[in-house]
Design a protein around this ligand. Structure first.
Ligand code: MG
Length: 203
């Protein structure tokens, strides 16, 4: 399976990082070794001093698809989860400055913790879904999928033009504003609406 990440998909997050609003979705890939499950602890890697949390809604592809039209896109996913797209911001900034790929800043071991999966309509409309992240008990990110620049269907359609989507592939759909650093000892809790679905520590 592949893990597709989407960057710059919420306007206020683009502003907070001083990035430009994209003409097309910003797409990157992560290896499956980035996945962290079952609320396992995240181990802060030695090669970064600045790991940021990015809470995101993650959809799971349910069948093979290429060149998917946006109007049919919703038939290509039937469940989703909450995830964190941990980003080594110091490495990413360096790579961006040098015009180099972000891969190591995004796809390192454990950089993609995910919750259990839920049916797509479990919490109501996936395109108007509240989700949030607490760090040590305090809300640090609070988003709603209705604020995405590119909708989930638009992302599925766009990605499938370049990469054939396969059953089990994940798409991290981008983070709202409020990204920030984590430190060893932090406790992170992720919520979909009022339901806690992620709860783990940084070690
Ligand atoms: Mg992200």
């Amino acid at each position: 399976m592949k893990i597709i990440g989407i960057g710059r998909n919420y306007a206020k997050h683009i502003e907070e990082l001083g990035n430009k609003r994209p003409d097309d979705p910003v797409v990157f890939l992560m290896p499956d070794s980035a996945i962290l499950r079952n609320n396992d602890s995240f181990y802060f890697p030695e090669y970064s001093k600045e790991i940021h949390h990015e809470i995101e809604i993650v959809i799971r592809i349910n069948k093979v698809g290429k060149n998917i039209e946006e109007k049919f896109a919703s038939t290509y996913y039937s469940d989703f989860c909450l995830g964190i797209d941990f980003t080594a911001r110091d490495l990413q900034s360096k790579f961006k400055k040098e015009g180099l790929p972000w891969t190591l800043a995004k796809g390192f071991n454990g950089s993609a913790p995910i919750s259990q999966y839920f049916p797509i309509d479990k919490f109501g409309d996936i395109n108007g879904l509240e989700f949030s992240l607490r760090k040590n008990g305090e809300i640090v990110q609070d988003g709603n999928t209705k604020h995405m620049i590119y909708s989930i269907d638009a992302l599925v359609s766009f990605c499938s033009k370049y990469m054939t989507l396969k059953k089990g592939d994940l798409i991290f759909t981008g983070t709202p504003e409020g990204v920030g650093p984590v430190q060893i000892g932090d406790r992170l809790e992720g919520f979909i609406k009022d339901q806690k679905v992620l709860d783990f520590e940084v070690r």
